[in-house]
Each structure stands twice: as structure tokens, then as C-alpha cells.
Design a protein around this ligand. Structure first.
Ligand SMILES: [Mn+2]
Length: 482
């Protein structure tokens, strides 16, 4: 849209600076006065993490008690909201929080309330049943309103105190906080009527498509409703400093859990016992939950890519694949190590392991700005082609390596984002080649988490992965001198 930018008026306390804003005046009037100044309190100083240090006598406990998670402060979430407005240009954005879980209907065992990732990314607020409304015009954030449940002493006896409007405002930097009970009558009703709105962005994924508010706008509203996901995915693909810090913590906790597992593994142990060592260390390190169901697969289960039952006794002479990730502050690690149950690799196992490790090194080399995930994938596959003949047999390694080398990593373990873009500093991906020989019951996967940097990459995960280092650690865990 072109045209002279002369109009500048204020209606209902809603400052306008571009012509497109005028279209939102009706909306603004319906919402009442909208404040655009957003408080940005400085984040509290954090103490140095205390959990990384002292190993205890027990092999199963490596990481000491961790710090509770942190949520992004207003300075961080305000800048994300401004970037989202720049991404969409002219639109009204509706972002719902996660809903309260019901013990009767949702089977929420072992899973506390978890905020919706998009909502948390934009607000840092762990409150259920809420909506964020943003108005963008000319690529600028013109207004934002947070609708949260009103405080309710009778309910809070069960669920604990909820933030007041004032608290929600100061933790998010959103000046205008209202009761969610008003959301339908103000936001949805005015959006249904207002034909001047160029577009409404809302999440239209399968979980959200049936939201009654979104349905109302889709079928009764006059503006086009577009999917918010691609715009948010573009933002979330490049991590900000706060996100990288949280990812580093999630990954450090996961590394420590791998070390504990290596020291604890024994023939005769159930897979679930090893899983318990890992998840115990996650929680002790301050992680809220697993980022995905832990995969601990021994022997024949080592070739099952997403084996999550963990019910088998691990036997002498087998390998066990541990593909696990702690979730800390809503960011998930994803690190895989493959270790010999008995503490030392057989010759055959080591040969396969070295092949996979070589492919991983080749793939890591390809992680640098300008390359794509396809280049990373190709590097691993070329390595298998050139060095895997003796191991994979005449059909080649592709048949024994059925999954991709990389995926994006962040708030979702398979994080949002386009897979065809060029790598840029701030993107975080996994590099995880594997070889699975079903007939031999040998599966090897090695997975690390990698940050793209201006000059190449930084491997964020650091649990031992050289076979000699794994054997040394396992011997130490058994009190065996080598
Ligand atoms: Mn992975």
C-alpha cells in the first residue's frame, strides 16, 4: 500500500501515525483506551548456578540440586512482540495460552501445567486460559492487551495464587491487562464487526482450529483469518540471548544425566532403571520435565528409533542407545549417546561406532552460516558412502540410516522453522547420524546440539562421545581400575 502519511490522530487514547492505523480506530474504540507505553523493568540479577559442581558418592547422582527455571523478563518478551509486529505488518494478532488441564479428562499424569510455547515466547507468563491481543500497523506494534483470568480466592485455595493484573503487567511489560471474561465481548465481537482490519492472525494448527473464538472469526468475521504459525516460526528459528542461555542449561543438565547413566549402567539392569537415573538427574538439575519421552533401548531395542517402553533387561555384550533431553525453562535438549552395557565395546560395535562418529564429525563440519540442513545431511551420507562399505554391505548405508541428520531445536524438541533456509547465527539444530543393523541387534546413534555462530558452529552438548572416554567413565563408575 502506498500513499502520503499525513494522518495522525488519537482516538480513544490510541495514537496513530500511519494511515493504516485509522482502520484500527474502530477496533480501538471498541476496546477502550489503549496504552502504548510498555513498562520495561530491568530483570532481577541472577545468582550463579550452583548445581553444576559437587558429585556425590552415588554414581547415579552427578548433577547437584539445580536452580528453578527462569521465565523471560519483560525486556526480552517486549522486543519479541515488536519483532513479530514487524513480521506481520498490518494485522490484529490473537494468541491463546494453554488451557487448564483436567485430571478427569486430560490424563495429565506426570505433566504439570505447561504453557503454550507461542504464548510463553511472547509473554513469559505461565497463566492458563488467557489471550494476548496485538495490533500491528505499518510493521509497528501499536497496541497490545493481555486478557487473564481474574483473581478468585475460592479457586486459588486449590491452585495457588494467580498474578494480579498489576503483576501480570509488570512481568510482561504489557500495560493494558484485562479480565479474560471480557475477551469475547470486546476483542471477538469488535473483530467480527470491523471490516477495516486487513487480516487477523491466529494459530490455526489442529489443536487450535476448534477453538470457539477462532471458529467465530473464521465463519462469522469479515476479515481474513491467517495462520500465525509461519511468522512466529521465523522468529523462533533464530534464538535470542535468553533462549540460548536456557538451551545451554537444558543441555548441561542432559550431559550430566548422560554421565550419570554411563557410570550406572550394568548388565542385568532394566532399561527403566537407567531411564530413572537419567530423569532423576534432569529433575535434580532443575529441569521441569523431559522434552520428549526418553528413549533407552538395549540390544534389539537399539534399532527401534523411537522406542519408549524401556521394559527390557540389558544384557552383557549389548549396546544401549540413550536418546534423551531435559526441558529447562521450556527449552529442550536432545542428546543421544550409545554405550556398551558391559562397559567395553566389542570390536564390531566399535567399528560401527567409529563410522557413525566420523559421519557426525563430517556433518558438524558442514554447520556454518550459508549452508542449509541439506548440506549437513549430505556430508553425513557422503561419509557413510565413502567409509561404510564394509559395514553396511552392498546395499549401502542409506538403508540402515532411515532418519534425517538434523532438526531444529528449541521450545519444541523438533522446533518450528522452515527446513530449507540458509543457516544463520543463532539457529540451533541437532546433528544425529546413526546406523541400525537389525539382524545383528546393533543400533548406534550419536546426537549433539549445535549452535550456528558467525564463524561456523559451537557444539553445545559435551557428554563423552569418544569410545575410549565412554569406556573410561564406565570403568570409573564400577570402581574398576584400567
Ligand atoms: Mn533428535
Amino acid at each position: 500500500m502506498s500513499g502520503a502519511d499525513t494522518a495522525c490522530e488519537t482516538r480513544g487514547g490510541f495514537p496513530c501515525s500511519t494511515p493504516s492505523v485509522v482502520r484500527y480506530a474502530v477496533l480501538a474504540a471498541a476496546f477502550g483506551p489503549l496504552l502504548t507505553c510498555r513498562a520495561a523493568p530491568a530483570p532481577a540479577q541472577q545468582a550463579e548456578p550452583s548445581w553444576g559442581g559437587v558429585p556425590t558418592a552415588a554414581t547415579m547422582a552427578i548433577s547437584g540440586p539445580g536452580e528453578p527455571i527462569r521465565l523471560a523478563p519483560a525486556t526480552v518478551t517486549s522486543s519479541r512482540r515488536a519483532r513479530l509486529a514487524a513480521e506481520v505488518g498490518d494485522a490484529v494478532l490473537l494468541i491463546p495460552s494453554a488451557a487448564t488441564k483436567s485430571i478427569e479428562g486430560d490424563y495429565p499424569q506426570d505433566s504439570d501445567f505447561r504453557q503454550d510455547n507461542h504464548f510463553l515466547y511472547l509473554t513469559g507468563l505461565e497463566v492458563p486460559d488467557s489471550w494476548l491481543v496485538m495490533i500491528a500497523a505499518g510493521g509497528e506494534l501499536k497496541a497490545e492487551i493481555l486478557f487473564v483470568p481474574e483473581r478468585n480466592p475460592a479457586e486459588e485455595m486449590w491452585t495457588g495464587p494467580r498474578p494480579s493484573f498489576r503483576e501480570a503487567s509488570s512481568s510482561t511489560g504489557i500495560a493494558d491487562v484485562r479480565a479474560v471474561s471480557e475477551f469475547e465481548d470486546t476483542a471477538i465481537e469488535s473483530l467480527k464487526q470491523d471490516a477495516g482490519v486487513k487480516a487477523i492472525y491466529a494459530p490455526l494448527n489442529i489443536r487450535r482450529r476448534h477453538d470457539r473464538h477462532i471458529l467465530t472469526l473464521l465463519f462469522e468475521g469479515r476479515a481474513e483469518v491467517l495462520d500465525l504459525e509461519p511468522a512466529l516460526a521465523r522468529l523462533r528459528l533464530v534464538k535470542d540471548e535468553f533462549e540460548i542461555e536456557m538451551l545451554r542449561r537444558a543441555i548441561a543438565i542432559t550431559d550430566a544425566a548422560h554421565v550419570a547413566a554411563m557410570r550406572s549402567a550394568r548388565p542385568g539392569m532394566y532399561e527403566y532403571e537407567l531411564e530413572a537415573v537419567i530423569e532423576y538427574n534432569f529433575r535434580r538439575g532443575g529441569a521441569e520435565r523431559v522434552g520428549f519421552p526418553s528413549i533407552v533401548g538395549s540390544g534389539p531395542n537399539s534399532v527401534v528409533l523411537h522406542y519408549d517402553k524401556s521394559r527390557r533387561v540389558m544384557e552383557e555384550g549389548e549396546l544401549v542407545v540413550m536418546d534423551v533431553g531435559a526441558e529447562y525453562s521450556y527449552y529442550s535438549a536432545d542428546v543421544t549417546r550409545t554405550i556398551p552395557v558391559s562397559g567395553s565395546f566389542t570390536e564390531r560395535q566399535r567399528e560401527i561406532y567409529e563410522l557413525v562418529l566420523g559421519a557426525q564429525e563430517a556433518a558438524l563440519e558442514a554447520v556454518r552460516p550459508g549452508n542449509t540442513l541439506m548440506d549437513v545431511e549430505r556430508a553425513a551420507r557422503v561419509h557413510f558412502q565413502q567409509h561404510g562399505g564394509g559395514i553396511c554391505g552392498p546395499s549401502g548405508c542409506n538403508e540402515h540410516f532411515p532418519h534425517g541428520v538434523s532438526h531444529w531445536l528449541g521450545m519444541d524438541v523438533h522446533d518450528v522453522g522452515d527446513y530449507s533456509v540458509k543457516l544463520e547465527p543463532g539457529m540451533v539444530l541437532t546433528v544425529e547420524p546413526g546406523i541400525y543393523l537389525a539382524e545383528e541387534g546393533i543400533g548406534v546413534r550419536i546426537e549433539d546440539d549445535v549452535l550456528v555462530t558467525p564463524s561456523g558452529h559451537e557444539r553445545l552438548s559435551d557428554a563423552p562421545r569418544e569410545p575410549d572416554a565412554i569406556e573410561a567413565l564406565m570403568a570409573e563408575g564400577r570402581g574398576v581400575s584400567r
